[in-house]
Write a protein that binds this ligand. Structure first.
Ligand code: PLP
Length: 371
């Protein structure tokens, strides 16, 4: 059986966790947190980063940093994970959903401007499969209407748009280290703060609304309640696990990108499916490989055929605008591209330990089914 996903373990995780245990310092904002922060700052040039317990946490921090209130509106794709919306909805914002592009799950940048109102606070982008959204268009819209940009870059670590790392475009950006992502610590995330306006405030919100970070740096002789906040910081146990993975970051990415490229080279667009579109200015990270099939019936038949032949392939998100939770409270229009993609997209197994033989088998079966 070839599973859809397998967790990659570098082998260094236990030793680093042992060091945390021996040190007796298990709580957050310690030595391994700092090592992870250094890694992201050095590797990607991010100015300020904070490890969180999840990408969902990092997105909630964005809502707190933007001071989201009842009545605010947030523009976001409908084709995304629920946290992209919930993080802002939890603080009172109304999600305003944008359709996907015709043959690309990413939100259609040309459909954003018509949805901007005086209540709009931010545009939240999500780079599906680590393939960048049209950031030039989105940046100029945000500038024109004085809106913040938040990147849900959960699937975007190590991808680029026009030579710049994803996560570097928004005022704020969020990454995920959930088990299913390229780099993991089980549950984990990262907030990237690109807009200096938020540097100090983010640290406070992260540390439960206190100025403990400044205190730890010796900038204050006590710490206390200074703002709203919550416990968003990661324990050192998770940070150590994550750091072990980060030391293999380049190898993991290289392997995943080569698997992605092989799928792309072997499986060509035809009457039954389309493969992801990429352009030279969008460098991807091998996070997700998908096919968009001709119709929904074909999806179920393909999943069934692969299962009978020992391979698990999987659909992905449902449209958020079409979810029970949203539809029960708000009227929603049809977003046809998103609905099409939600029902016609299938992901193939893609994980660091996928062997050549396994991938050849997946490709062979896929070709067989569609021939
Ligand atoms: C995985 C994922 C999340 C959630 O990440 P967590 O770390 O599990 O909170 C959010 N958005 C997108 C697009 C994701 O793929």
């Amino acid at each position: 059986m070839i599973p859809f996903h397998k967790t990659y373990i570098t082998g260094n995780e236990k030793a680093l966790i042992d060091r945390v245990i021996s040190s007796g310092s298990l709580s957050g904002n310690g030595a391994f947190t700092e090592k992870c922060h250094d890694f992201f700052q050095t590797e990607f040039g991010f100015k300020k980063v904070l490890l969180t317990n999840s990408c969902t946490d990092a997105l909630e921090m964005c809502a707190l940093l933007l001071d989201i209130k009842q009545g605010d509106e947030i523009i976001l794709p409908s084709y995304t994970f629920v946290s992209t919306a919930n993080a802002f909805f939890n603080y009172g914002a109304k999600p305003v959903f944008i359709d996907s592009e015709e043959n690309n799950p990413n939100m259609d940048a040309d459909k954003i401007e018509a949805k901007i109102t005086p209540e709009t606070k931010a545009i939240v982008v999500m780079h599906y499969a680590g393939i960048a959204c049209e950031m030039n268009k989105i940046k100029s819209l945000a500038k024109k209407h004085n809106l913040k940009i938040i990147e849900d870059a959960a699937l975007g670590l190590g991808s680029k748009y026009q030579n710049e790392w994803l996560g570097g475009f928004g005022d704020l950006a969020a990454f995920s280290f959930h088990q299913t992502k390229n780099i993991t610590c089980g549950e984990g995330g990262l907030l990237v703060i690109n807009n200096p306006e938020y540097f100090a405030k983010a640290e406070i919100i992260w540390e439960k609304g206190t100025n403990r970070s400044a205190f730890l740096r010796g900038e204050s002789d006590k710490y206390e309640w200074v703002s709203k906040g919550s416990s968003f910081l990661t324990s050192e146990i998770h940070a150590a696990f994550l750091f072990a993975q980060l030391t293999s970051f380049r190898d993991i990415q290289t392997k995943r990108i080569s698997l992605w490229n092989k799928y792309k080279n072997e499986l060509k667009n035809n009457a039954f499916f389309k493969v992801p579109e990429t352009t030279d200015d969008k460098i991807k990270n091998g996070s997700v490989f998908y096919l968009i099939l001709k119709n929904e019936g074909l999806v179920d038949a393909f999943i069934q055929f692969m299962k009978e032949n020992g391979v698990v392939v999987s659909k992905h998100y449902r449209c958020l605008h079409d979810s029970i939770f949203y539809k029960n409270q708000f009227s929603s229009e049809k977003l046809i591209n998103c609905q099409k993609i939600a029902s016609q997209l299938v992901r193939l197994p893609l994980y660091t330990d996928l062997t050549d033989e396994e991938q050849n088998e997946i490709i062979k079966l896929t070709k067989k089914f569609f021939n």
